[in-house]
Design a protein around this ligand. Structure first.
Ligand SMILES: [Zn+2]
Length: 145
C-alpha cells in the first residue's frame, strides 16, 4: 500500500507542476497579446523581441509539460509510442498498435530533454555492447533525480 501511496504522491506533484506551467503559459499569452496590440496601435513601438522571448518561454513550457506527462506515464508503468502516441506497457519492445520499435532505454527511465547531450561527437572506435545487469537498472530507477 505504502508503495502505491508514494507513487500517487509523485504523480500528484507532476500534475501540480503541469497545472502551474499551464498557468504560466496563459500569462505569457496575455502578455504577448498586450504587447502585440501596443505595437499595432503605435507603429513606433517595436516589441518584437519581447514577444519572441515570451514565445520561446511558452515553447519551453510546452516541452516541460510533455516531459512531465511522460514521467506520469512512466510512474504508471506506461510509455507513449513516439510514432502514434499510443500508450504502451513499459516492457513492450514494439508498439502494439503501429509496430514501431522502441528505444531499449525507454523502459528504464524517462530521459529529460535537458539531460540529452547537446551535441554528440561521432564515435570512431568500435563500441562494445553495453552490459547492464538487471539489478543495476532497478537501482537507477529508484534514485532517479
Ligand atoms: Zn505506435
Amino acid at each position: 500500500m505504502a508503495l502505491f501511496d508514494s507513487k500517487a504522491k509523485v504523480i500528484q506533484g507532476y500534475e501540480k507542476s503541469i497545472n502551474d506551467k499551464n498557468l504560466s503559459i496563459k500569462r505569457y499569452y496575455d502578455e504577448i497579446g498586450r504587447l502585440y496590440y501596443g505595437q499595432y496601435k503605435d507603429n513606433n513601438v517595436d516589441v518584437t523581441k519581447d514577444i519572441n522571448n515570451r514565445c520561446d518561454a511558452v515553447t519551453k513550457l510546452y516541452r516541460d509539460i510533455e516531459e512531465l506527462k511522460h514521467k506520469i506515464l512512466f510512474e504508471k508503468g506506461l510509455k507513449l509510442c513516439p510514432a502514434c502516441k499510443t500508450e504502451n506497457n513499459l516492457e513492450y519492445s514494439f508498439c502494439f498498435k503501429c509496430g514501431n520499435k522502441f528505444d531499449p532505454e525507454s523502459a528504464k527511465r524517462v530521459i529529460m530533454a535537458d539531460e540529452l547531450p547537446a551535441k554528440v561527437e561521432p564515435v570512431e572506435e568500435e563500441v562494445e555492447d553495453e552490459e547492464v545487469d538487471e539489478e543495476e537498472v532497478e537501482e537507477e530507477s529508484k534514485d532517479e533525480e
